[in-house]
Design a binder for this molecule. Structure first.
Ligand code: PRX
Length: 658
């Protein structure tokens, strides 16, 4: 069904949380989980009223939910400003002087922002943005690295009711430009450069290229992270503003009022747009709204990460992906957690960096991705053993299926056989975690994403939508809307319906294949649509193909995944060339660089293969299944190939392997 990781170890043990963990856990028995889950399904209104009590709603909700698919509304009647739940509500408690963010830069400097300081910085930036004319509903693009200002920027947007769209710093100028133009952002926040493995990624320079063709952008706020010597800035008069100067200006009375005493918005007021890959060449801008999203990330952060005073929680994702939005910023901050944030590469200046950071700062909860775990394994235990990781008490995994071998290594070598592991399944579209084990309440099975979260009616069904039997594979679906789900694809309601709600009537189709075992535990196998998961990054094959064919030498292209022990899936592309071009190594390099420019280095193919023609069915569809098998090195082509129009194409590709 999918290109998964080969797992050497067949692991079917159950790992129970230790008594030491359970004794202090927020939910400490399966019975407690079952009864809370039942309540969330049978009495959702009461469940959500209780569980959102800590959040700051200026007006409580009147109706829990209302839907007419694909449209759904939650918490109607509620009025809130999302930033108040993450900031202001902590100013009157002991959290005021607690670290909200402890950040370490790649070169090693450390910055701590208490909740008081984070609030102050958000208010200052919001005032500056208000004076630049940012109003509720305006779109603001954010192209920053892993610096506290990324969280500050997101929260400042939320404070003004503006919709942020964060673009991962690894995306190219072209990708940034397309996203800005798709959402019509008025303002861009960026920085001079970001450290990565000792070099500087010149974000502002890259943004300048994008800004040549982004007519909607009126202003740019530029953070100085690196300094003029290593990252010289060209500031365009009237458009570009230095972050540190603009926040200190004498702001207008209106801007002061809107930043210090922010407006409250409706529950369904847009909060952010986040682009992700789908099965066409055009990325989808998923739109998330306020109350439902906040409620979802708050409740899941609280229970899954078992957050408590005294914890230092580290989610290693980048803020540019949904994991960064939900579990670096909105979820943990709405819980008043102390979050650790690291700027740079995990193996800089050496492969011990992560473990050194855990020891130095006393991280207690560590949430990372299987690709990273497999890289840590490969780098060797000696880097881990040099460090005292006894502060850790809970660990998590997200983004792709984790092979049991990596799970067991993580549990033993990083977690000292002491820390429960939560394997969390969710998506950009779902906003918050949908499947996981609750760490003190349920045992884990390596490779399984566990049980449904509160309010999530999730199932595995066959092609007609009928429930699959226990142990049988099928499609993973969510049977009714949930509060944190994306409400639409920005500007394309029809695509939202066609992609998610049409394939299986009245159910949300995740695009993933899965099975549920006899114990009710879910096992997600991976994508069954034309989306790849390469090193935890979601990449649409059509997106890669459309970037490839925009290269002057390329006539046709097909992108497929190949199982990879480190990345989960590796990206292999098959390319046919226009007549005048010669297939050689120089051209391969040029094509790879073209992908860097069109999308970003993270989407660079692992292998580029030239072909005389691509194998196609009689109706002209590229036979991906066949290409996948060829990419995976299958000696004999499996399955029915009788519909192939060009057998020579297959023969040529196969001889290419020999
Ligand atoms: O295929 C699933 C995989 O990642 C996809 C969602 O990607 P994205 O929207 O980029 O969000 C990633 C972070 C939430 C899913 O459709 N996926 C995510 N978590 C897991 C997973 N696959 C297996 N196990 C997981 N824990």
């Amino acid at each position: 069904m999918t290109d998964g990781i080969s797992s050497v170890l067949k692991e079917d043990r159950k790992f129970h949380p230790s008594k030491a963990f359970t004794d202090h856990a927020r939910l400490s028995s399966r019975m407690a989980y079952d009864s809370l889950y039942r309540k969330s399904i049978e009495e959702p209104e009461e469940f959500w009223r209780d569980e959102t009590r800590d959040l700051h709603f200026r007006e409580p909700f009147k109706t829990f939910s209302e839907w007419n698919l694909p449209k759904a509304k939650f918490f109607e009647g509620a009025k809130l400003n999302v930033s108040e739940s993450c900031l202001d509500r902590h100013l009157t408690t002991s959290a005021r002087t607690r670290a909200a963010i402890i950040w370490e830069g790649e070169p090693g400097e450390v910055r701590t922002l208490t909740y008081f300081e984070l609030h102050r910085e958000v208010v200052r930036l919001a005032a500056a943005m208000a004076d630049l004319g940012i109003k509720p509903g305006d779109r603001v693009a954010i192209y920053l690295g892993m610096v506290p200002e990324a969280a500050i920027a997101m929260l400042a947007c939320a404070r003004l009711g503006a919709t942020h769209s964060v673009v991962f710093g690894g995306f190219s100028s072209e990708a940034l430009r397309d996203r800005i133009n798709d959402c019509g952002a008025k303002l861009l926040l960026t920085q001079d450069g970001a450290w990565r493995r000792g070099s500087v990624i010149p974000l502002k320079k890259m943004a300048d290229v994008a800004l040549e063709k982004t007519p909607s952008i009126e202003n740019v706020i530029v953070l100085t992270r690196i300094g003029a010597q290593k990252a010289p800035l060209e500031m365009k008069a009237g458009r570009d503003h230095h972050w540190h100067e603009i926040i200190r200006k004498d702001h207008s009375e209106d801007a002061k009022k809107r930043s210090q005493h922010p407006d409250a918005f409706d529950a369904e007021h847009p909060l952010f747009i986040l682009y992700t890959s789908g099965s066409t060449g055009k990325p989808k801008g998923l739109l998330h709204t306020s109350a439902g999203y906040l409620a979802g990330v708050h409740v899941t952060s609280k229970y899954i990460f078992d957050l408590k005073e005294g914890d230092l929680y580290w989610c290693t994702a980048d803020v540019g992906w949904v994991t960064g939005h939900s579990y670096i910023v909105y979820g943990p901050l709405s819980c008043g957690a102390s979050c650790f944030m690291y700027e740079g590469a995990p193996n800089f200046p050496n492969p011990s960096r992560m473990w050194r950071l855990i020891e130095k700062h006393g991280v207690t909860i560590f949430y990372t991705a299987p690709t990273a775990i497999r890289a840590f394994m490969r780098w060797g235990d000696e880097h881990v053993q040099k460090h005292d990781l006894s502060s850790l008490r809970l660990m998590g995994s997200v983004g792709e299926p984790i092979n049991p071998e990596a799970w067991v290594w993580y549990h033993k070598t990083i977690g000292g056989d002491r820390c429960p592991i939560v394997d969390t399944w969710w998506q950009t579209e779902t906003g918050s975690i949908m499947l996981s084990t609750l760490p003190g309440a349920c045992y884990s099975k390596p490779g399984s994403t566990g049980l449904p979260l509160f309010g999530v009616d999730i199932d595995v069904v066959d092609d007609r939508g009928a429930p699959a039997k226990a142990g049988e594979g099928g499609k993973l679906v969510i049977k009714k809307p949930w509060p944190s789900m994306a409400r639409t694809i920005y500007g394309d309601e029809q695509r939202f319906f066609d992609t998610y709600w049409k394939p299986l009537e009245n159910m949300y189709f995740t695009g993933d294949g899965a099975r549920r075992d006899e114990d009710g535990y879910f096992w997600v196998v991976g994508r069954i649509d034309d989306v790849l998961n390469v090193a935890g990054h979601r990449i649409g094959t059509a997106e890669i193909e459309s970037a490839l064919v925009s290269h002057p030498s390329v006539a046709e292209a097909a992108a497929v995944g190949r199982p990879d022990d480190l990345k989960g899936q590796a990206l292999v592309v098959f390319v046919t060339l226009k007549d005048s071009h010669k297939a050689d190594e120089t051209l391969k390099k040029q094509i790879a660089e073209h992908i860097d420019r069109e999308i970003g280095k993270f989407a660079r193919p692992d292998e580029i293969r030239f072909a005389n023609a691509l194998p196609k069915t009689r109706s002209g569809k590229i036979m991906r299944r066949l290409l996948k098998e060829i990419a995976a090195g299958a000696v004999e082509l499996k399955g029915d190939t009788s519909t192939l129009e060009d057998f020579n194409a297959v023969a040529a590709l196969r001889s290419d392997e020999e």
